[in-house]
Design a protein around this ligand. Structure first.
Ligand SMILES: NC(=O)c1ccc[n+]([C@@H]2O[C@H](COP(=O)([O-])OP(=O)(O)OC[C@H]3O[C@@H](n4cnc5c(N)ncnc54)[C@H](OP(=O)(O)O)[C@@H]3O)[C@@H](O)[C@H]2O)c1
Length: 325
């Protein structure tokens, strides 16, 4: 029996995700839900979903759905993931799983109480290049890794009506794209001994740019995210015997390089579709095995990552309205 998916929120990422969902055997796009019935109908037609709903509640009430993919702005992940798990659905929720440690903890508790699978959609973790990079680093390909430089920044006009700049939707670069460098750093080095972060805030109070230095005793990392600077989207990991470069755009890379002395070797590992297929397959295999979490990106990993982002946000001075009450 195919795993039946329901898509909650039909924005930009929902389109990319559904294109890849259609490539995965054993998964079926069953239903889509939007705040607009017209939008849901046309989305369902485009991707061949059997059902379309004009509200998220109706989507969640569909008894045939096994797993809901939450693809709404950050500030609403808690509410919709809670609703879905409360109705007994498994959940794959877009990053960040929720906006702060307290919210992520609530979701993890509900997953355990309701015995449903829950995973943060940190798709990079499952992409073939990333899997290879982690394994190469663990096996000493560049000796002992001692320094990471990771950036995720692009330029976009400031538009207060966009979710990226709206504090009520938990906008800003840290939660939107800074999560990727923080994720890479955490995956390589674990929890830091200390964090020093600085940033630039918009008039609305979300961060336009963030730079953070993370200290690991024997190593360190420099992370940067932004919405106002067009940067090269590579990540560079330096070790005692060489360097490993994850090529641009590194969070969805198809290749990486290892440089040692005067030798430079490129390794290519193409992903399926745009790369979302790999997290979809991870959900399928975890659910098939009756797991409530993935061992590759666990609840603890989501909790640790959001605690790093909480501390960076605290130092940069980003407090969302929902956190002020
Ligand atoms: N993994 C990735 O590569 C990737 C890339 C981009 C974004 N993301 C993540 O995906 C999530 C959504 O991002 P997106 O770029 O797809 O955003 P988007 O294009 O703005 O779409 C978000 C959708 O959420 C729904 N929504 C519910 N409440 C809303 C509200 N108050 N304001 C606006 N929309 C609302 C809307 O769907 P309906 O109108 O259909 O109800 C909207 O189309 C975020 O968590 C983001 O970080 C991930």
């Amino acid at each position: 029996m195919a795993l039946k998916w329901g898509i909650l929120g039909l924005g930009k990422i929902a389109h990319h995700f559904c294109n890849d969902l259609l490539l995965v055997d054993g998964s079926e796009l069953h239903a889509v839900g939007s705040r607009s019935k017209d939008k849901a109908d046309s989305f369902a037609k485009q991707y061949g979903a059997s059902q379309s709903y004009g509200s998220y509640q109706e989507l969640i009430n569909d008894s045939e759905i096994d797993i809901i993919y939450v693809a709404t702005p950050h500030s609403s992940h808690l509410e919709y993931a809670k609703m879905a798990m409360g109705a007994g659905k498994h959940v794959l929720c877009e990053k960040p799983l929720a906006i702060n440690f307290d919210q992520v903890s609530q979701l993890v508790d509900i997953s355990k109480e309701n015995k449903v699978f829950l995973m943060e959609a940190l798709w990079t973790r499952f992409n073939p290049v990333f899997e290879e990079v982690i394994s190469k680093i663990k096996n000493g390909a560049i000796g002992i890794p001692t320094y990471l430089n990771s950036t995720f920044s692009f330029y976009t006009d400031i538009d207060p009506s966009s979710r990226l700049f709206d504090p009520n939707l938990a906008g800003g670069s840290i939660l939107d794209v800074g999560i990727y460098p923080a994720f890479l750093c955490y995956t390589l080095f674990g929890m830091p001994q200390s964090i020093a972060a600085t940033g630039i805030l918009s008039e609305q109070g979300v961060d336009l740019q963030m730079t953070a230095l993370l200290d690991y005793g024997g190593g360190s990392a420099q992370l940067m995210s932004g919405l106002q600077a067009n940067c090269e989207l590579t990540s560079k990991i330096y070790g005692t015997e060489g360097q490993l470069i994850i090529d641009s755009r590194w969070h969805e890379a198809q290749s990486y390089q290892i440089k040692k002395a005067d030798k430079n070797v490129t390794f290519k590992h193409p992903s399926i579709g745009r790369g979302y297929a790999h997290e979809i397959m991870e959900c399928m295999s975890c659910i098939e095995e009756g797991q409530l979490e993935s061992s590759k990106w666990s609840h603890e990993d989501s909790l640790n990552l959001i605690s790093i982002l909480d501390e960076i946000r605290r130092q940069v001075g980003v407090v969302y309205p929902i956190e002020q009450t």
